[in-house]
Ligand binder design. Sequence first.
Ligand code: SOE
Length: 399
Amino acid sequence: MKEMKVSILGFGMMGVIRGLAYRGVSGYYKNTPIQPVLGDAYCLEAEAAGAKGHGWNASSDMQAVIKNPETRYIDVCLPNALHHDAAIAAFEAGKHVFCEKPLSANLAEGKEMAEVADKYPNLLNSCNFIYRRCPANVYARKLAQSGKFGKLLEARMYYHQGWGGPDTPGSWRFERAHGGGAAGDLGSHSLDMLYYVTGQRPIELCAMQTTHIKQRWFPTQIMSDAGVRVGGGKADNTGKELRNVDVDDAMRVMFTLADGAIGTLSVTRNAQGSENQNGYELFFEKGSIKFCFDELNYLNVYDASTDDDAAQGWSKICCNRGPYRYFTFAGGHMDGYRDLTVNGIYENMLAIEALESGVAYESESPIATFRDAYNVQRTLAACDKSIAERCWVKLEDIK
Ligand code: SOE
């Protein structure tokens, strides 16, 4: 298998996730034609230890990382307003470019990035609209574009998160200069999803925005995105200054699509209780499709294309078994399962550290010890005995 050194620019929240992905790809996909190998990570001083811990070679020189002749691929995970210069420099250095969404902080920069990408037809230009990688959306796209349900009539797109309350500290995500704001952050996903699934983009629209929290406490020192978000919600304002927020917290849009369908888009970071509700409801002449990322393994489909009224109703389709090119593992181990395995290894490491430092291991979700597991075996043995002997079995009798 070929190897390719990849380097990353920025090591906030997304940087951490990407490291797992580059290392995981050859583990999940035995057929990957290229195995990524972790190279340099351009990052803030505050992020360097994390980047090294993830296996990257931490560097504070972005141009050196971009130009490193050993690297063939640059992953741009910087704040939005820095995508433009970094991505263009990477193309000019002859690298494949993967860029976090939204592509740019403003239209002019996005246009130039697309034009420069066109000049390098042999280099990858790929933007991380990650929800395209979710099997339920792959299925929705097939269904929506198959024509089975007829013409699309209405699209209700929404992306609701709830982390933007008044106690969440400021970060680049709340600064126009860095390309922050809910519209670009969340709305970009919904607009890509609308196009990806239906094949259509708005041709006319009317929008409104608001900023609910007009001032926030921003850290006085530059901090990693991950550092600010983790621990958000705590009103400890030491080392922070109160500043005006110049981006939107929420946006609403009404639009029309080319073939006459109408639609709405709702994005907010202030929907208390919504975790990552990136969703849509599509109403066609002869059916409906609904998706919400909080139930990422499923697509809800109403098929009104048959004449059999008695058979009509919603189907909740499990899309993690389908014939898609993405990893499905041993039926039933759906998306989400792999995250739990990371938690499991972490818990083991905490337990070992407690053992080796002589302190009591405590956890709100303790590891299952061999003693716990042995008790499961005892109960199973009791079942065997009961089945074999057709009788009640006392556990105290199973040693
Ligand atoms: C915002 O909270 C955010 O991290 C976005 O920036 C990502 O693009 C989205 O996938 C998850 O939510």
